[in-house]
Design a protein around this ligand. Structure first.
Ligand code: ZN
Length: 246
């Protein structure tokens, strides 16, 4: 089956709709979301409603989702991020809050693992270095392990028997084959707030028959969401950074 893999939607409905359209065009049958549904963007409630209606969605919670739920100290967040968490608390319906609160920290199936930050510290660790990949390998059994949190499309593969690590950023269209027994961590990048200097939404598709992941980049109406950020009274910085993919 083909899975649409995505993360860090961050209340950006324009970006999410574009990504879901790209998934539909490829005929995905299920969805994997690595968390951070809320935060930064203007429409957390609409995002939860859209995600809750998707068939075959496997979704974990992120640190911004935990903050919205009052389960993470807001001192961890900078001023713009804190403003967006408070905006989410004001705008999420009780039903949406209950949906967020029910999200697990980790999902493991016979085909893959899904967490937000890293397998050893799902809420807080940015898994971006080869050393961190090594350190995390003892903390998950099933590869690929899909992560989010850094907002950077990345891949780590452990080539046995000599434990050589292949790692690096994932470019648009790049394919990664995850042979059985090869430990791997894949980050599909961020839907709603990419930080790799490419303003387009990032996501990917994973075929669990061929065990192949492909990274996608999807353009969306950045101006429309920037206007909504401004109109919601959120910090201008949160709108501006979307133009630059930062
Ligand atoms: Zn995030």
């Amino acid at each position: 089956m083909l899975w649409g893999v995505f993360s860090d939607v961050h209340a950006n409905l324009e970006a999410l709709e574009a990504v879901l359209g790209a998934f539909e065009a490829r005929g995905v049958g299920g969805y994997l979301c690595c968390g951070d549904i809320a935060g930064y963007g203007p429409q957390p409630d609409e995002i939860v409603e859209r995600l809750a209606a998707l068939p075959n969605l496997l979704c974990v919670r992120g640190n911004h989702d935990l903050a919205v739920l009052g389960k993470m100290d807001l001192r961890w967040f900078n001023e713009p991020a804190r403003a967006a968490v408070l905006h989410a608390r004001r705008t999420l319906s009780p039903t949406s809050l209950a949906w967020l609160a029910a999200l697990p920290e980790r999902i493991e199936t016979p085909q893959f693992t899904v967490v937000h930050g890293s397998p050893r510290n799902a809420a807080e660790e940015y898994l971006v270095t080869i050393q961190q990949f090594h350190d995390n390998c003892a903390h998950f059994k099933v590869s690929p392990c899909f992560v989010g949190h850094s907002h950077l499309p990345l891949c780590f593969l452990m080539k046995e028997p000599v434990s050589i690590v292949e790692a690096g950023p994932l470019a648009e269209g790049q394919q990664v084959a995850v042979a059985p027994g090869v430990r791997s961590v894949i980050n599909p990048g961020s839907v709603g707030q990419p930080r790799d200097h490419d303003a387009r939404a990032a996501c990917g598709v994973y075929d669990d028959d061929t065990r192949t992941f492909q990274l996608l980049r999807v353009p969306y109406d950045v101006k429309a969401v920037q206007d909504k950020i401004t109109n919601a009274g959120l910090p201008t910085f949160l709108a501006l950074r979307l133009s630059y993919g930062q």
